[in-house]
Write a protein that binds this ligand. Structure first.
Ligand SMILES: [Zn+2]
Ligand SMILES: [Zn+2]
Length: 616
């Protein structure tokens, strides 16, 4: 009786709480203009109409601090200028209340229009570029959201210069200038190209349309139609693994930047934006774009739809923390290489070579003993193209979740194939996880279908496919830093890992500062290395080793005249003084890793290898 009465009281007071609960929807209409491209200034207008019942007199316009796919803070507000707000042509009072928020007083008006300019001159998957030749943007660096109203539907109109055409992954008509998006998260997940001279070529796979947009800022060498056919091979290989995608069309946006600088690849729900620093006529840029397409298209399933539970909807005021990027990025890294091979762009030897190169990078990294795959994911805001205002020791302490994740995927793939005698593979894990956490999972938010997975969910799916409890395996190799079981994994397909000292095996732990190209200034030294023991410090300038003057070109060969246990003098310059120290070489630091045939491989191993390599 008392409980029932208590419930009744709760019901009665509930309506009093409405002001703090989500308000009713606002009408949100965005307009993007670029009247003077050479100034690199975009012009954004946001018209907000609030319902008559709205009680708050404030509207907070907020610029995100980052956007998905790149997990470090980008501070897009830094490029916002000339903010103003008005209603019915009367200026409204506004205040900047923090580093990303402009607070506008409605002053009783229901419709408020905010206006600002965004400077953008980076051709990138995260930042925007407007110049005399085109406009390229993603969304989060361009559009503020109205705080509290990210779930509301939005409209966008683009005003392009005369004879500039607009295209993105949600374009349905060639002359389209208006788009409707279900919410802000989808608005900013739609990289858009505006310009006079991009091209689009289409192809069809299993009833779905694929658009290949190419903006070449350099010579194409007549290679575009071959390039489009090669992108199609990637699409076919990946659709063969996943099954039909849920979208009806998908757009590849390629930039061949011709600036020897801009380079990126960014995944989106209906598209990807891939930027090569070279030109399409150049074989390396061509191959780079195809292999990046293999990675990014895989993301259409893994990370965009099948995703760690923390990835969407987002809080744009702080970086996201997820333990799952070694799956979202690392498994995509593995499959990017796998699909490039399956689609016929690399032979078996080249495929094994790229896997061995990743093993070499990870196994010779000092951070491999310190940072787990999970910890690496949690550090993404510091290691994903992050800018640092202070010197850091990340070179010694941080590991790439792309590469460690790639190797976890490789090990799991081979182990599952071995344990199930070739009946199952990591492909089954991915398909089953996609099905369970995306296709068949109810919407957990306004953002997207499904709810995303926790690491424990994912480990459970791996256990189900592998036919054994993988809890300990995850504890050792995912949450822990135990060396991956390469021998066991590679043996299932009759291969083994071989390791030998590199031709110049000694570095003494010296790293030359990459920023300072003039001198031999030292960067972060490797922890517990001969250089550190000799008393060298970051910032010292290395002058000679063993009496021989050294340069950026010769220092490794001069150092490698010495062998393990040898001691030699090094001369350095520190704080305007010249000093001599003595260095004693330890064990080799550089190794070459190879994946090679296991002697006496059984027919079963060879059969599993051919299944793995021939993609069935
Ligand atoms: Zn362009
Ligand atoms: Zn990726």
């Amino acid at each position: 009786m008392i409980h029932l009465l208590f419930a009744l009281v709760l019901t009665l007071i509930a309506p009093l709480q409405t002001p703090t609960q989500p308000q009713s929807q606002y009408a949100l209409s965005y307009r993007l203009a670029m009247p003077r491209p050479a100034t690199h200034l975009f012009e954004v207008t946001i018209e907000v109409t609030v319902p008559a019942s709205e009680s708050t007199g404030l509207i907070d316009f907020q610029m995100p601090k980052w956007q998905p796919g790149r997990y470090s803070i980008a501070d897009f507000a830094a490029n916002v200028q000339e903010f103003s707000a008005r209603s019915q042509n009367r200026a409204l009072t506004w205040t900047k209340i923090d580093d990303q928020t402009w607070r506008v007083q409605r002053q009783g008006n229901r419709t408020v229009t905010a206006f600002y300019k965004v400077f953008g001159n980076d051709l990138s998957g995260t930042y925007a570029q407007l110049d005399a030749g085109h406009a390229s943007y993603t969304g989060g660096e361009m559009f503020m959201y109205v705080a509290g109203h990210k779930p509301d539907p939005v409209e966008l109109h683009i005003d392009a210069p005369a004879d500039w055409r607009v295209i993105n992954g949600r374009t349905v008509r060639p002359d389209q200038r208006d788009w409707k998006y279900p919410n802000y998260e989808i608005l900013i997940d739609n990289p858009t190209e505006v310009g006079p001279d991009w091209t689009v070529d289409d192809f069809n796979v299993d009833g779905k349309t694929y658009h290949v947009v190419v903006h070449s800022r350099g010579d194409e060498g007549g290679r575009r139609s071959a390039f489009v056919r090669d992108v199609e091979k990637i699409v076919r290989a990946e659709v063969r693994m996943w099954g039909p995608p849920e979208f009806d069309s998908y757009t590849f946006l390629f930039h061949f930047a011709a600036d020897d600088r801009s380079s990126d690849g960014m995944e989106h729900l209906m598209s990807t934006h891939i930027i090569e620093p070279g030109i399409l006529a150049d074989r390396n840029a061509y191959n780079g774009a195809v292999s990046t397409a293999a990675h990014e298209f895989f993301h259409a399933w893994n990370v965009k739809r099948l995703r760690p539970i923390e990835l969407g909807p987002w809080d744009w005021t702080k970086p996201v923390a997820t333990r799952g990027l070694w799956i979202g990025e690392g498994f995509t890294q593995y499959y990017g290489i796998v699909m490039y091979h399956r689609a016929g762009f690399e032979d078996d030897a080249g495929f094994l070579r790229s896997l061995a190169d990743t093993i070499e990078t990870i196994e010779t990294s000092p951070a491999n003993k310190l940072m787990s795959a999970e910890a690496s994911s949690m550090s993404a805001p510091f290691i994903d193209a992050a800018l640092h205002r202070q010197r850091t020791n990340l070179q010694n302490t941080s590991l790439s979740y792309y590469l460690k994740g790639e190797l976890i995927a490789l090990n799991l793939d081979l182990l599952i194939r071995g344990w199930t005698r070739g009946q199952r593979s990591l492909d089954d894990v991915m398909r089953r996880a996609y099905d369970e956490f995306y296709v068949k999972s109810p919407n957990a938010s306004y953002y997207l279908k499904g709810r995303g997975y926790s690491i424990e969910d994912f480990a459970r799916v791996v256990s189900e496919v592998a036919g054994r409890d993988m809890t300990d395996w995850f504890a050792k190799y995912v949450r822990g830093v135990d060396p991956l079981p390469y021998d066991e994994a590679l043996a299932t397909v009759g291969l083994r890992l071989a390791k030998s000292p590199a031709s110049q095996p000694y570095t003494a732990g010296i790293l030359i500062d990459r920023e300072d190209r003039q001198s031999m200034r030292l960067g972060v030294l490797r922890s517990d290395s001969p250089a550190e023991r000799a008393g060298l410090q970051q910032g010292d300038t290395l002058l000679s080793i063993g009496g021989t003057n050294v340069t950026r070109e010769n220092w490794m060969s001069v150092l490698n005249r010495y062998k393990q246990g040898d001691r030699g003098p090094v001369t350095i310059r520190r704080l305007r003084k010249t000093m001599e120290l003595s260095i004693e070489l330890g064990t080799p630091e550089q190794f070459d890793y190879r994946i090679e045939d296991l002697p006496n491989a059984t027919p079963q191993m060879k059969m599993l290898r051919s299944v793995w390599l021939s993609a069935r």
